[in-house]
Write a protein that binds this ligand. Structure first.
Ligand code: ADP
Ligand code: F6P
Length: 448
């Protein structure tokens, strides 16, 4: 079997204990355990501009994966990553056209960086390779590779939602973006809604391409094992002791406006107001590592959350009780898994999300004899398969408040019954089945 060449903007540092928070890196890490793989992308480093910038590819092999990365200049990082990818495509794909900060010159830098990726990847390719490109940073990369003469099978997977065409066309070059997708042999999205939206776009623009659904998952066995084994970890013990038997709620999200965090904190505030019996008793840990911290909307969100957490703690806290424990740094995954297991409820309330792996991780981490309750937004990609969770509308803070009360007072039988309904899907659709199904489709597409 040939090599699998994975390309994504974010490539995890192969030896880092604190992996970056983000579904793409987590799912791919879990999926690339077999076969020979090359993973190409940005190193995470920025360098100063130089005349005729031509970055060197740095290579690092760990087990079956060779990591090949390049640095970006400050200007590339700004135009390609911060502005076009995260200031234009990200809000648009999350149905937030109003947050889009459009400027034509960023489009040029985006295209140039995609062409740079293609040029740097080309000499690393070998006969028999299958290429799998990931996410919105790299929509035009397939076409850029084809323009350099690459004939290998190329697939593309979008980890985030794709909006209806009526919204997507707010992007001036939306037509061109869809036309460039003809370079791909297989195009994968997370949900039926996303695939339908993209296919509608294809037929309106007159593009011969077809998007299919390949839902992503986690590695549930290893996550469940980590959750259980980690309970004896001194840091997990420390958390447990600090809870002193109080009901424990957890939230784990990158600091991103798609995650519905201000709405969630408002829901928690209403919960404390409306159900005073929980005051002084409940502990809510919100782990929210700063993400894309230089993009203005993300900076503003951080200020808003700092303020909301401070206000809630100031209003409802007491000298021996803090209503919210709010962290803006990542937590090692092994600890996170056991934190989930200790939690009586998890709040996963995005306004819009491609899939949301945290929802699946929380289910996998539970003790089946005494599982916690998942509170889940209707607008997570995971929602259609997880309706046994307590489903909420994340825009409605009252709904979140009532769901919290219901979760913390739910009879044991109902908690177990809900978890029994959630569990099979988390084990059926995994990171491995996702990758296997996509790669199989890619193999077949070329034979067809
Ligand atoms: P996204 O890709 O938008 O960040 P997902 O929920 O799909 O959202 O994936 C997030 C991944 O990042 C999960 O695997 C989660 O465990 C991890 N993660 C999120 N927040 C943290 C954190 N604070 N510390 C460590 N890992 C985190
Ligand atoms: O899954 C969506 C995603 O944008 C990934 O592409 C990305 O790696 C992750 O979220 C985290 O974002 P970033 O790479 O910008 O830190």
């Amino acid at each position: 079997m040939g090599r699998l060449v994975v390309v994504s903007n974010r490539v995890p540092a192969p030896r880092d204990r604190l992996q970056p928070a983000g579904g793409l890196a987590v799912a791919l890490r879990a999926a690339l355990k077999e076969g020979s793989c090359l993973w190409f992308g940005w190193s995470g480093q920025q360098v100063s501009e130089k005349e005729g910038h031509d970055p060197e590819v740095s290579l690092d092999k760990v087990e079956n994966v060779t990591y090949a990365t390049i640095d970006l200049t400050h200007a590339e990082y700004d135009g390609f990553y911060q502005k076009y990818s995260n200031g234009i495509l990200w809000p648009l794909c999350h149905y937030r056209a109003g947050l889009m900060d459009y400027d034509r010159k960023d489009r040029v830098i985006y295209q140039n960086v995609n062409e740079l990726f293609a040029r740097k990847l080309l000499p690393l390719l070998q006969p028999g390779d299958q290429i799998w490109i990931h996410d919105y940073h790299l929509f035009p990369l397939g076409q850029a590779l084809r323009d350099l003469g690459v004939t290998a099978p190329i697939g593309f997977f979008l980890h985030i939602p794709f909006p209806p065409w009526s919204l997507m066309r707010a992007l001036p070059e939306a037509d061109a973006l869809l036309r460039a997708m003809q370079a791909y042999d297989v195009i994968g999205l997370q949900t039926e809604d996303d695939a339908r939206n993209m296919n509608d776009g294809f037929s309106i623009v007159g593009v011969k391409a077809r998007a299919e659904v390949f839902p992503i998952g986690i590695d549930p066995d290893s996550f469940a094992k980590q959750a259980e084994e980690g309970l004896s970890n001194p840091d997990v013990q420390r958390l447990k002791e600090s809870l002193r038997g109080k009901p424990f709620i957890i939230g784990v999200d990158r600091l991103d406006y798609s995650k519905g965090l201000p709405e969630r904190l408002k829901g928690y505030e209403i919960f404390l107001e409306r159900y005073p019996e929980h005051r002084g008793k409940v502990v809510y840990l919100q782990v929210t590592p700063v993400s894309r911290g230089n993009v203005p909307e993300y900076r503003a969100l951080r200020r808003e959350l700092d303020e909301a957490a401070g206000r809630i703690n100031g209003t409802y806290g007491d000298f021996d009780w803090t209503p919210i424990r709010y962290l803006t740094h990542p937590v090692p995954r092994a600890l996170l898994a056991s934190f989930y297991r200790l939690a009586d409820a998890a709040l996963v309330t995005p306004l819009r999300d491609g899939m949301n792996l945290v929802a699946k991780e929380y289910v996998a981490a539970q003790d089946k004899a005494n599982p916690g309750v998942l509170i889940l937004s209707h607008f997570a990609g995971a929602a259609p398969d997880m309706e046994a969770a307590l489903m909420v509308n994340p825009h409605d803070a009252d709904d979140i408040a009532d769901a919290l009360h219901k979760a913390l007072t739910m009879p044991d039988g109902e908690r177990r019954a809900r978890w029994d309904h959630l569990e099979p899907d988390v084990w059926r659709v995994t990171a491995l089945t996702w990758a296997r199904d996509f790669i199989q489709a890619l193999g077949k597409a070329r034979l067809a």
